[in-house]
Structure formats: structure tokens, C-alpha cells
Design a protein around this ligand. Structure first.
Ligand code: GCB
Length: 599
């Protein structure tokens, strides 16, 4: 069975970790013979591939290849680790992965953007080389999430994704070996924060396995250092710690405290340190409240996307993205349309960005075979559990997003054409989405939960969200080029939504494609001027409405898609930056507006 993914691997006195990033062996298995032929005993006729990195653009013949492929590496494991439990942790294998160590199967994991781990203690060869084999495929199927090859799907594209980004495949994040002590180990830490006047209140819930019955929790930083002893009842214990004169976490002042947990009755058997920011998040009829004060979300929907790397971890690009987001005056982003590399969340904690954290549930439909719907529902539920387990301690994460643009049947096959009728499938959809939102709130009552509604989608579904999140493209996908008319529809529809549900509204996507360098004096689609004007006028409409709590431009940067007539060069060009992060006119506009709003 897969092991815990809650605690990111660390190196400290009690724990070891080894990053297996580098050049691995790689081989396509187009006819699916690898398993039968025992490729897990060692690959022959392989080529070299970089890990992390999508496989698609590292070679000339794999761009559209989504079938089976094998990765292999070898690593030495020192006998000094013998007293410990050894795990392998795969950061992201997109989409379905099976894994072997020294020829012995460990199991498989479905879902491309969330880590998984296996205990390999009994299979390790000490003081010798250990072979790790991972078989991956990314076939597009209607019973997967995200979905592909759906009947009457919304896009006419190749590869046939039900979503508008390229289905990059492979080992896209690092693979680690890490250890935890044998006798007792910290399994999970759950931190929740609150405050009363100037006192911070931090609850640190610790879960362990093994023999330790006692431990300590220490919170330090900003002039405080408070230690509290804990005693386990069964395998759980909670420290409730007060921080005098607390510095609250916010985008303006992303103050972090260190939380250090130690367990062991006499000596420390295991320890783990992480960070927290003391903050609260809540919602009213017209506002999102951060620390009791209204906060306006300025920012972007993003992608993990860069030439050649594909969706692979590219930390210089990530650092630059934060730099550019700050340059525009943004304070937030959505991890559209899947969970991002864990460094994004740590960076957001430090830099003061608010995150809407999304599971890979994009392109959901509810009108095909019932068993497809059921399988997708089970997967979404699994992803949501995994996401919350992974990201629950980040102060930057304020909202769980359980789906992007679930599609009703009468929008299929062309999409974005008009107002959907409420049909019988609505019951299935509402049950599906409501279940996920309930699950998010049960697992984590301290954050908001929502899904993102598609333009023209059924209004009744929207009420499920704490904050109504909508994507709107009036003047682009409808009334193409006619901005004044598009804007009237946009404002009118938002008013109606707020009046109906009495909840805050946030526009999680709006924008227009612009070909960098294309200019026009009059309003003309695909020009940089039209994109700038569209974004400016949507912001104007939103500014006049006191229930709008955020505007996220689609997209931060141009990104790779499948091939389709509206995607010239296989790119979605709605970025305000190009794919290599050069500003278009719209980026300068945002910089002016969002920095002014701060003053
Ligand atoms: C949307 C989707 C996003 C697309 C975007 C577009 O509504 O959520 O994934 O890329 O529209 O540009 O069409």
C-alpha cells in the first residue's frame, strides 16, 4: 500500500534523504511488451532522459506519444541507513505509474500531479546499487481525471484532451529516497491557526507510529520561543500554543514561525521542523476576510509550462514567475488546473501569495456512462484527500478548488455558446460536486472550498461554492470582438448571480489571446491592444461591484496546448507574458493598475 505523503522529505539528525534527479534510462514500450519481457530487471536499448522533465519535447519523436514508457535509474544505498525505514517518493508521475525496486513490484499510482510513496525497507540492497524502474503511461480516457476522448467532448483537438493544455507525460518532479527512524516516527503534523486580539493561537496535532509516548512542540520566530510538552494518547497528541504579540501572516507581511516537533521518551527518536503563518480566512456575503479584514485577490490562473521542460520542475522559471507576479502587483494565483510542485507553495508562504489550490479535475462531464462518472468521482475524492494531506500546512493556501469548468451536456461539442438548460444530469453533477466540497470541508474546516463554473453553465450549481468562482469570456468566445456588448452581459450576469446567491463572486478567468508583437489601432482580436483593453475593461466592470472579491487574469503566460484551429502553433496565447516571460502590453497595464490599488 502507498505510504504517507504528508511530510515532505527532509534531512536532519534523525532523517535522511536522497534526491534522484538527473539522467535516467528511458525506453518507449509502444506495443506493451515490457512487463511480460521483464523490463523491470533492467532496460536494454534505452536512451537518456532528464528527470524531472516531461518526456514529450526532450526527443524528436515523442511530442504526441502518450503510451507506455519506462524509466530506470540505479542508486547506492549506504549501510549507515540500515537501522531506518526507507521510502521512495515520486513527486509526480503523469498519469498512471507502476514501480519496481530491484525487480520487485511495489504497486501503482493513478493521477499525475500528486506525490506518492512506498516503503522499500525490506527490498533494499545495503552498500550496493539498487535498481528503480517506473513504467508510466498517459492515455487519454473518459474514465480518468483529467478526462480525455470523451464522446461529444468540448474541444476538437489532438491529442483529444477534454481540457485546453498539453497532456505532458512522464516523471515531472523529483524522485526521492528518504528515511524515518524504525522505533518511532512522526507520521503527520496538522497545524491550525487563530488569534484573539494580539495573541496567536496555534494548534499542532501530531501523529506518530511506534513506541514513543512523549514529545515536544516548539514554536519560534519573531522574538518568541515557546516549547510545550506533549503526551500521546494512542498515536495522537495536540499542543495548543499561544504566541504573545503575534505577527499575523498576510501578503503585506508574510511572517512565518518555525514549528519544530520532537518525539521520544528520554532521547529524541525523531524530529521534524516546518513553518506556519498565523492567519484566519473566512467569508461574508460580499467579502473574503483574511485576519478579519476584506482582501481582494489580484492575480492569475497559471500553468506549469515551459519550452522543452514541458511540465517538469523548472525552479529558475518558478522564481522568475514570482518576481513577475510581484512586478505586476499581484497577490494571488490559482494552481490551474492541477496541484503544482511543492516549492510553489513554500515560495508563496515566504513571498506572501494567496493560493487557490486545485485538484486535476478539469473537463469533467456527467452525461456519459454511469461507471465513468463513478470512476471519476472516486478519483477526484482520492486526489482531494492527497492534496489536502500534502498542502494543509501552507498559510498561502486559502481555498480548495474541487473542479474547473465541469461541463453540462448541452454545452458539449462546441462549448461556450449560450445559457445551459437545467437537465436531469444536473442532479448527478450537483451530487458529484457537493460531495467533493463537503469532503474538503470535513478534512479541513479552516479553509474555503469551491469549484469554478464555466461560461453558460447551469447557475444552480454555483451555489455549492463558498465563493462563487466563474470563468468568463464575453467579447471573446461570444460576441467575438464586440467588447461593449460583451461587457454589458458580463456585468449583468454577475449582478444576477450575486443577487441570487448572496455570496461573493470572483472571476477566476477572463482574457483574450494576443500574438506578441501584433498591433492594431482599432479593436482587433489577437492584437496586444485588444488584450489590454479587454483586461482593463473587465477590471473596470468588477471595480464597480462591491461583491467582487477577486480578478484572476487568464493566463499569466502563453502556454502549450494540443493542436486545434484556435490554437495557432499549439499555443494558448492568453498570457500577459509570453511563454519565455516577456511582458505584453497587458502586463504593463496590470502593473500600473494593481500597484496603484495598493497605495
Ligand atoms: C477556460 C479554461 C482554460 C482555457 C481557457 C481558454 O475556460 O478553464 O483552461 O485555457 O478557458 O483560453 O479557452
Amino acid at each position: 500500500a502507498p505510504a504517507d505523503i504528508a511530510l515532505f522529505p527532509v534531512q536532519n539528525e534523525q532523517r535522511n534523504r536522497m534526491d534522484l534527479s538527473g539522467i535516467w534510462k528511458f525506453k518507449l514500450d509502444e506495443t506493451g511488451v515490457g512487463e511480460q519481457e521483464g523490463w523491470f530487471n533492467g532496460l536494454s536499448d534505452y536512451r537518456s532522459i532528464a528527470v524531472p522533465g516531461s518526456w514529450n519535447d526532450q526527443f524528436n519523436d515523442t511530442h504526441n506519444y502518450l503510451g507506455l514508457a519506462w524509466y530506470e535509474t540505479e542508486t547506492f544505498v549506504p549501510a549507515a541507513w540500515k537501522e531506518e525505514r526507507i521510502f521512495i517518493r515520486v513527486g509526480s508521475a503523469n498519469y498512471l505509474a507502476k514501480i519496481w525496486i530491484n525487480g520487485t513490484p511495489l504497486g501503482q499510482h493513478e493521477g499525475g500531479h500528486i506525490p506518492f510513496a512506498f516503503d522499500i525497507t525490506s527490498l533494499v540492497k545495503w552498500d550496493g546499487q539498487n535498481r528503480i524502474s517506473i513504467q508510466i503511461e498517459n492515455e487519454l480516457k473518459p474514465d480518468r481525471v483529467p478526462t480525455g476522448n470523451v464522446k461529444g467532448g468540448p474541444f476538437n483537438n489532438f491529442p483529444a484532451t477534454s481540457y485546453d493544455f498539453f497532456p505532458f507525460a512522464g516523471l515531472q518532479r523529483a524522485v526521492w529516497l528518504y528515511t524515518t527512524p524504525q522505533t518511532a516516527a512522526i507520521q503527520d503534523i496538522t497545524i491550525t491557526t487563530d488569534f484573539e486580539s494580539t495573541t496567536g493561537k496555534v494548534a499542532v496535532q501530531v501523529e506518530k507510529r511506534g513506541s514513543a509516548r512523549k514529545g515536544t512542540v516548539t514554536i519560534s520566530g519573531h522574538g518568541v520561543n515557546v516549547e510545550q510538552a506533549i503526551t500521546f494518547t494512542g498515536d495522537a497528541a495536540t499542543a495548543n500554543i499561544e504566541i504573545p504579540n503575534v505577527e499575523l501572516w498576510s501578503p503585506e507581511n508574510p511572517a512565518l514561525y518555525e514549528v519544530s516537533v520532537k518525539i521520544g521518551d528520554r532521547n529524541t527518536i525523531d524530529s521534524y521542523a516546518t513553518q506556519t503563518g498565523v492567519r484566519t480566512i473566512a467569508v461574508t456575503e460580499k467579502a473574503i476576510l483574511l485576519n478579519g479584514e476584506p482582501i481582494y485577490l489580484k492575480g492569475f490562473g497559471k500553468h506549469e509550462d515551459f519550452p522543452i521542460y514541458g511540465r517538469g520542475s523548472a525552479y529558475p522559471v518558478m522564481v522568475k514567475d514570482f518576481e513577475l507576479m510581484k512586478w505586476t502587483g499581484a497577490n494571488s494565483f490559482r494552481t490551474s488546473h492541477y496541484p503544482y510542485d511543492e516549492e510553489f507553495y513554500k515560495m508563496a508562504d515566504r513571498e506572501g501569495f494567496l493560493i487557490i489550490d486545485e485538484i486535476p479535475a478539469v473537463g469533467l462531464v456527467f452525461y456519459d456512462e454511469a461507471e465513468n462518472v463513478a470512476k471519476r468521482k472516486a478519483l477526484c475524492s482520492q486526489y482531494l484527500d492527497e492534496l489536502i494531506a500534502r498542502d494543509k500546512n501552507h498559510p498561502s493556501v486559502i481555498m480548495w478548488c474541487v473542479a474547473n469548468e465541469p461541463f453540462p451536456e448541452n454545452l458539449g461539442g462546441g462549448g461556450f455558446t449560450g445559457q445551459a438548460k437545467e437537465t436531469a444530469e444536473s442532479d448527478v453533477a450537483i451530487d458529484f460536486l457537493e460531495g467533493l466540497i463537503r469532503q474538503a470541508k470535513e478534512k479541513d474546516p479552516t479553509r474555503l472550498a469551491a469549484f469554478v463554473g464555466v461560461m453558460g453553465g447551469p447557475t444552480a450549481w454555483l451555489d455549492l461554492s463558498d465563493v462563487i468562482l466563474i470563468n468568463r469570456y464575453f467579447g471573446w468566445y461570444t460576441n467575438v470582438g464586440n467588447l461593449p456588448l460583451g461587457l454589458r452581459y458580463f456585468g449583468g450576469e454577475m449582478d444576477k448571480i450575486h443577487e441570487t446567491f448572496k455570496k461573493p463572486v470572483m472571476v477566476t478567468e477572463f482574457g483574450a489571446d494576443a500574438i506578441a508583437g501584433m498591433h492594431a489601432t482599432e479593436d482587433e482580436i489577437y492584437s496586444e491592444e485588444f488584450q489590454r483593453k479587454m483586461i482593463a475593461s473587465y477590471l473596470d466592470v468588477a471595480d464597480a461591484k462591491d461583491y467582487v472579491v477577486g480578478m484572476h487574469v487568464w493566463n499569466f503566460a502563453d502556454f502549450r496546448t494540443g493542436q486545434a484551429l484556435m490554437r495557432v502553433g499549439g499555443m494558448n496565447l492568453k498570457g500577459v507574458f509570453t511563454q519565455d516571460r516577456k511582458p505584453k502590453l497587458a502586463a504593463h497595464l496590470l502593473r500600473e493598475r494593481w500597484n496603484k490599488a495598493k497605495e
